[in-house]
Design a binder for this molecule. Sequence first.
Ligand SMILES: [Zn+2]
Ligand SMILES: [Zn+2]
Length: 255
Amino acid sequence: MKIRVLGCSGAEFPGHNPPGFLLDGSILFDAGSLTNVLDRKAQSKIRDIFITHAHLDHVRGISFLADNIIVEKRKQRVNIISIPSVLRAIKRNLLNDSLWPDFTMIPDYENAVLRYIPVKPFTPLEVNGYRIVPHTVSHSVPAVGYLVENSRGRRFFYTGDTGPTCSTWERIGDLAIHSLVIETSFPDSMKDLAILTGHLTPRLLKEELLKLKRMPERIYVTHPKPQHLKTIRRELSRLGIGSLRMLEDGETIEV
Ligand SMILES: [Zn+2]
Ligand SMILES: [Zn+2]
């Protein structure tokens, strides 16, 4: 499994893109970065977009992709996949014919550019030979992470945005996670804000990892606030976990 990191930042500045993780060029996890990073050819290959939650830094790319498809008269159809509450929030607040056109009705319902595919937490979906399972996480709005397994049993888990949680790790149990992409948004000094807004700090991250029955082979940190990048990096290295490192925009990780 090859995953291209389109963006892995917890905010936006030049060189720091919001979250977007592209699997095999066609399955995207979160759409915070999409049309701002991928050229026309790469955009045209996207078929499925799994959304962790409806915050703008995770969904905004859907809007511009749909617009590009229509303007270029491409035959491309894209599934927007998440739990029902997330899809409802996108429908009500983003693709609502006010902030942006409702591309699930354009050009018409039968041939629409976008289609909503609701999934239930903990219920697997098969896409392109992958088994993808949404797992509820703990954020300020309804949110899931995604567990992805290929036909050879290799697994990665992407948390999306999450604060401390026990139930997620209990559900995962002693399943081997080969690569864990987990958020750490704030430095330790901002723990109160992290808890309040459903995010992690390096110390909170370590507490989460201790809840896992099996340590993942590799741990990649995503979603840091660029304003605190140096501090977060220093605090993460102090944890002394050799298999852990921060992700970089534009890199490709192999699971
Ligand atoms: Zn969020
Ligand atoms: Zn976010």
